[in-house]
Design a binder for this molecule. Structure first.
Ligand SMILES: Cc1cc2nc3c(=O)[nH]c(=O)nc-3n(C[C@H](O)[C@H](O)[C@H](O)COP(=O)(O)OP(=O)(O)OC[C@H]3O[C@@H](n4cnc5c(N)ncnc54)[C@H](O)[C@@H]3O)c2cc1C
Length: 419
């Protein structure tokens, strides 16, 4: 294999010897798929170690999820110190919860600082290990590399549930990835399906634009205030976890939440049996950090509904038998990974959910030079940890191979001298 590698490096470009008729490109460092925060973080950590990499990105910009698929009022859900990427803090003049525009600015600056120039418009449709190298195919080209870093994210494709009668509905049905602002819904009755952070925030946005939102809450949900005891709830939880067992921290969070928010169950938002942090650990389900939606639910400006039984023309029938009329439906039903659709590998990633099979913190490394960044269900903090681990690992592999290569070249030079 090392001989092969040497030949590849000397040749720089790999051409017709491969089956495919596509343009073939040899990449001396890792290929990273996805130019979101995770892909950028991995490229920056590699760059800092002097290692080259190539990012392939299907859209025409970095952080496409943030730039193209999120609503205008979005701010980081967690304080900026928990969202910064490795090697570059947020500017001090940014607020604790930067807006999406500020976050994108920060990422643009990050890419500039580390001279990261992704290849845009390159959707990876297939990637496969051929026994020696990874072959990463887009419509246009085949990239050949030693290391493949998957950074396509936990949010690569919108999840759109099948709802009976959706064809009959007749009004607009849009996923949150296509929602920008409540401005266009003024005076309209809007059904928001899903009560995670996005669903709750979209309801608030609709309210602020004088629409009439109804929120479908099918499941139990933990709602926590975004701040408690003068600290961010997330920061406080992380701090308490250093000293106390998770169940005790959950108890503290629930008692304080009850004091601040009251009994959320009273408003149709029952809490799960497990505490918020334990539930996150077991199922990956993120608690909702309330930014004002609950007050609107309490005041009746946002109405809570149970699950949908079926849709009819401009109306929805709920499981409790109630029927309400609606102009539009917004699906805040989340996202999923798209890895199984393009990565031909079944050891590291689960076919079922497209996430690494190994639980956090060990999901970042697979076999044969395969890595994953940003699949920890722990947001940008988890992505940063992955990126650093990956860069360290590739660096040690790179150094070992370079040493091997130089010993091969030294031996061949000595042989030549001796002839
Ligand atoms: C509304 C919202 C708010 C969030 N707020 C926070 C927060 O405050 N704090 C926090 O820590 N986390 C937050 N998260 C979670 C998470 O940190 C972000 O989703 C973050 O963008 C993840 O970065 P990523 O690079 O892993 O994935 P993404 O940002 O999704 O980037 C993946 C990239 O891969 C590209 N791609 C996908 N498939 C292919 C393919 N086949 N070929 C080529 N390119 C491909 C995509 O176009 C995309 O650009 C939030 C998530 C959402 C949805």
């Amino acid at each position: 294999m090392m001989d092969n590698y040497l030949r590849e490096i000397q040749g720089k470009a790999v051409h017709d010897q491969f089956k495919s008729s596509k343009r073939c490109v040899w990449v001396p460092g890792p290929v990273i798929v996805g130019a979101g925060p995770s892909g950028l973080a991995a490229a920056a950590c590699l760059k800092e170690k002097g290692l080259p990499s190539l990012i392939l990105e299907r859209s025409n910009c970095i952080a496409s999820l943030w730039q193209l698929q999120t609503y205008d009022r979005l701010k980081l859900h967690l304080p900026k110190n928990f969202c910064e990427l490795p090697l570059m803090p947020f500017p001090v003049n940014f607020p604790t919860y930067p807006s999406k525009q500020q976050f994108v600015e920060y990422l643009e600056e990050y890419a500039r600082k580390f001279e990261i120039r992704p290849v845009f418009g390159e959707r990876v449709v297939r990637a496969e290990f051929d026994g020696s190298f990874w072959r990463v195919s887009t419509e246009e080209a085949e990239y050949v590399c030693r290391w493949l870093v998957v950074a396509t994210g936990e949010n690569a494709e919108a999840v759109v549930p099948e709802i009976e009668g959706v064809q009959e509905f007749g009004g607009e049905v849009v996923h949150t990835s296509g929602y920008k602002s409540g401005g266009v819904y003024k005076g309209k009755r809007v059904l928001v399906v899903g009560c995670g952070n996005s669903g709750m925030e979209v309801c608030l946005d609709l309210c602020n634009h004088n629409a009439k939102p109804y929120l479908v809450v099918r499941d139990t949900v933990h709602i926590l205030p975004r701040e408690m005891l003068g600290k961010s709830t997330f920061g406080l939880s992380m701090w308490l976890l250093k000293w106390l067992p998770i169940r005790l921290v959950d108890q503290i969070l629930l008692v304080v939440s009850r004091l601040i928010l009251g009994d959320t169950g009273q408003y149709g938002l029952e809490r799960p049996q497990l505490g918020p942090l334990e539930l996150k650990n077991v199922s990956g389900k993120t608690p909702v950090l309330d930014v004002g939606t609950l007050d609107k639910i309490k005041s009746g400006d946002i109405k809570v509904c149970p699950g949908i039984r079926r849709l009819r023309h401009q109306s929805a029938e709920f499981v409790d038998g109630r029927t309400e009329n609606f102009d539009s439906i917004i699906l805040a039903t989340g996202y999923k990974s798209n890895v199984p659709s393009w990565l031909k590998e079944s050891e590291m990633f689960s076919e079922k959910d497209g996430l690494p099979k190994m639980p956090f913190p060990n999901g970042w490394k697979g076999e044969k030079g395969l890595y994953a960044v940003g699949f920890t269900k722990r947001g940008l903090l988890g992505a940063s940890m992955d990126a650093k681990n990956i860069a360290d690992d590739i660096e040690s592999c790179w150094k070992a191979e370079a040493k091997h290569l130089s010993s091969i070249s030294w031996t061949s030079q000595s042989l030549q001298r001796n002839i």
